[in-house]
Design a protein around this ligand. Structure first.
Ligand SMILES: NC(=O)c1ccc[n+]([C@@H]2O[C@H](COP(=O)([O-])OP(=O)(O)OC[C@H]3O[C@@H](n4cnc5c(N)ncnc54)[C@H](O)[C@@H]3O)[C@@H](O)[C@H]2O)c1
Length: 440
């Protein structure tokens, strides 16, 4: 790996560890912080943060002569080709992200760039709410430097995944390297710095990289809370929570896997809603509060209502629904979110026809007939056996199932004046209708 001149802004946990590791890897580092006490510590070969391995590593890299520190932003930009920006982005009192340090620094970086003729890459590593780099920071740097991003300089966003307490180990073994970037040159520059790490190097859009960092942290918080809520209920029931969670983790097919982690329509069916309700009832009986689990069904309802809102907002009144059972490949209509959707649309006075290949079949066989007759007779009468008829009679099609037959029919029979509300992410295709994803 050839040495690069790198400036790092913000020498807290992320910045100090990155500075030490990149210097260890042979790069020339110039660290910048507004806190001169931190700079003095580093100058003396000491670490400004308490982290396993940092005392030795910092002493070693400072002794190597590859580390400088300064408060001078101009000097740091001038002496480097690439800047990693790691200043703090804490919570403001109202929960929003306090970007004041970042905004001030972006102005300073822009002004520093004004006097530099060589190309420069700014890599934002602080956690930033999606849109910040392109909509807020890039314009500040352009305004203050008088230069244009993409021509004179580049901005990237590379989320940091290290954890305090194991940060050097995490730096060397990240789950992946994600680089949000708009051009080849900065992407390859970052590949030269981080491509040797034992993980996948993935380039994506800047916004996706910004959002991913939040998703990862939210997911981790959700996992911890799931384990803790499970433990509170287990303890109340006299069950060993460690045993239950360790068994849960053994299932790599459905539990610890990519299963269920794709956006789609609301869940339903004969198991998840009823078992969640029973869990909540049990918790109540034992005076156990489970705020996260108890919010799941209402969140699921909000998701179904999002679809209803989209249908109503379209202004279309003749609706065709493709799919009715709670998931493809089954005729089970119990607690199907599509049945809920159909009921809501009928309730709003829209005209509705429904096609579902499995339900049609089961009706013929009589398997589901009784359920339809007893529980949803109003929907049973709207079922049609002919998909073409439903498509022809509708101005908006709600696509609740995918599959060759359905996609082919929508592609060949859909009309340009027709909207397809896609609940299943059918993907690209030669559709004449306007395809609108539920939230994609
Ligand atoms: N701590 C973690 O484990 C971790 C992990 C991943 C991502 N992050 C994110 O990385 C960012 C940094 O986190 P941290 O924990 O290292 O923060 P920190 O608070 O430990 O350090 C931030 C540093 O930035 C300095 N600073 C503030 N304004 C400055 C300026 N204008 N110029 C130069 N330096 C300036 C501060 O003096 C401080 O030393 C945050 O956005 C955080 O969310 C943190």
């Amino acid at each position: 790996m050839s040495a690069t001149h790198i400036s790092i802004f913000g020498l807290g946990y992320v910045g100090a560890v990155s500075l030490a590791c990149l210097a260890r890897d042979g790069h020339s580092m110039i660290g910048v912080d507004v806190d001169t006490a931190k700079l003095d510590l580093i100058r003396g070969g000491n670490t400004p943060v308490v982290e396993e391995g940092m005392v030795d590593l910092m002493a070693r890299v400072v002794a190597s002569g590859r580390v400088e520190v300064t408060t001078d932003v101009d000097e740091a930009v001038r002496k480097s080709d690439i800047s990693l920006i790691c200043v703090g982005t804490p919570s403001a009192a109202n929960g929003s992200q306090d970007q004041s340090a970042m905004l001030r620094l972006a102005s300073d970086l822009g002004r520093a760039l004004r006097g530099k003729s060589a190309e420069h890459t700014f890599v934002f590593r602080s956690t930033l709410v999606p849109g910040t780099v392109e909509d807020v920071l890039r314009p500040i740097i352009e305004r203050e430097s008088g230069k244009t991003e993409g021509r004179h300089f580049h901005v990237c966003f590379q989320p940091e995944f290290l954890r305090e307490g194991s940060s050097i180990r995490d730096y060397d073994h990240p789950p992946f390297t994600i680089v949000g970037v708009n051009a080849d040159a900065p992407r390859e520059r970052l590949r030269r710095l981080f491509g040797h790490l034992p993980c996948e190097f993935i380039a994506t859009s800047i916004r996706a990289a910004e959002m991913l960092k939040y998703c990862c942290n939210n997911f981790h918080a959700l996992k911890i809370t799931f384990a803790n809520e499970t433990a509170r209920l287990a303890a109340a029931l006299g069950v060993d929570p460690f045993e239950v969670m360790s068994l849960l983790c053994k299932d790599r097919q459905l539990n610890i896997s990519t299963a269920y982690l794709k956006p789609g329509f609301a869940f339903g069916g004969s198991c998840l809603p009823k078992d969640l309700r029973a869990t909540m009832h049990l918790a109540k009986r034992h005076d156990v509060e489970l705020p996260m689990l108890s919010a799941i069904l209402s969140s699921n309802r909000v998701h179904a209502e999002h679809a209803i809102g989209k249908v109503l907002a379209s202004g279309k009144r003749r609706i065709g629904m493709i799919g009715l059972s709670f998931k493809p490949g089954t005729d089970d209509l119990r607690e199907s979110p599509l049945v809920y959707l159909a009921e809501q649309l009928i309730g709003k006075g829209l005209s509705l026809l429904v096609y579902d290949p499995e339900v049609h079949l089961s009706q013929l066989l009589g398997a589901n007939r009784r359920f339809i007759e007893q529980h949803i007779p109003h929907i049973g009468s709207l079922l049609r056996n002919d998909l073409a008829e439903v498509i022809a009679a509708s101005d908006l099609l709600v696509l609740g199932i995918s599959g060759g037959e359905v996609q082919k029919a929508v592609a060949s029979l859909g009309r340009p004046d027709q909207i397809v509300l896609d609940l299943v992410n059918i993907g690209a295709g030669a559709y004449r209708s306007t395809v609108e994803g539920l939230c994609w």
